[in-house]
Design a protein around this ligand. Sequence first.
Ligand SMILES: Cc1cc2nc3c(=O)[nH]c(=O)nc-3n(C[C@H](O)[C@H](O)[C@H](O)COP(=O)(O)O)c2cc1C
Length: 245
Amino acid sequence: MNETIETILNHRSIRKFKDTPLTNEQINLIIEAAQQASTSSYMMAYSIIGVTDKEKKRALSEVSGQPYVYDNGHLFVFCADLNRHTIKADQNDYEQMLPNLENSEHFLVSAIDAALASQNAALAAESLGLGICYIGSLRNDIEKVDEILSLPKHVIPLFGMVMGVPAQEPDKKPRLPKKAIYFENEYQNHESELDEFDEAITEYYKSRQSNQRTDSWTDQMLRRFKKPMRMDVTDHVQRKGYNKR
Ligand SMILES: Cc1cc2nc3c(=O)[nH]c(=O)nc-3n(C[C@H](O)[C@H](O)[C@H](O)COP(=O)(O)O)c2cc1C
């Protein structure tokens, strides 16, 4: 197995870091790796904000409810960003271009671009011996994050990523069986694979090194969808000029 595949297959989220900030060299390399990801039609419709201001970090940690958003080597926030494109449209035919720029297609494009860049950043970091954890819980209060980071119209915070020297070695978390996510030629029913996976994941939660619990994947998903979640995101996204049609 080559080192790239080894790095990919060795991934686990890290939520406890040594008190060692990332060096500028590491940050630059990680951002360069992020930028080299493929990008829809060369749009590069994302921005990355490195948060070094302690007050802002504290405030973002409070939004997320997760201490490791403050205690880490570096915090990045990945944003969908059509601001640059809006500026260009504004210098051209704004009226014609805006409805197109603000449609669902370009909402998807910018979210996909940001996600691809972020995963390149994650892999670059992991290849350097650093650990990472994505932080979707910034969307617990998306309006507050928008305010903390002074985001203009057509820029929305999608997720954070904490990074640093790992101070824990969590177990690798099992994934769905390949049969449940890879199909040939057409979509296939895979309910029995999900039942098998529930058995495996129940065993994982029972026997892992820390935070042992009784749980299954199905129970997690049911808990997730039973209670309305972040219902304000739709309004925020539309107010910022995304996903309007
Ligand atoms: C977009 C995204 C958002 C996430 N948000 C959070 C988060 O807010 N807090 C957290 O502790 N983990 C978060 N995670 C990490 C997932 O919980 C984790 O990747 C998943 O449980 C699989 O575990 P593993 O990464 O250790 O393999 C997020 C992951 C992704 C991809």
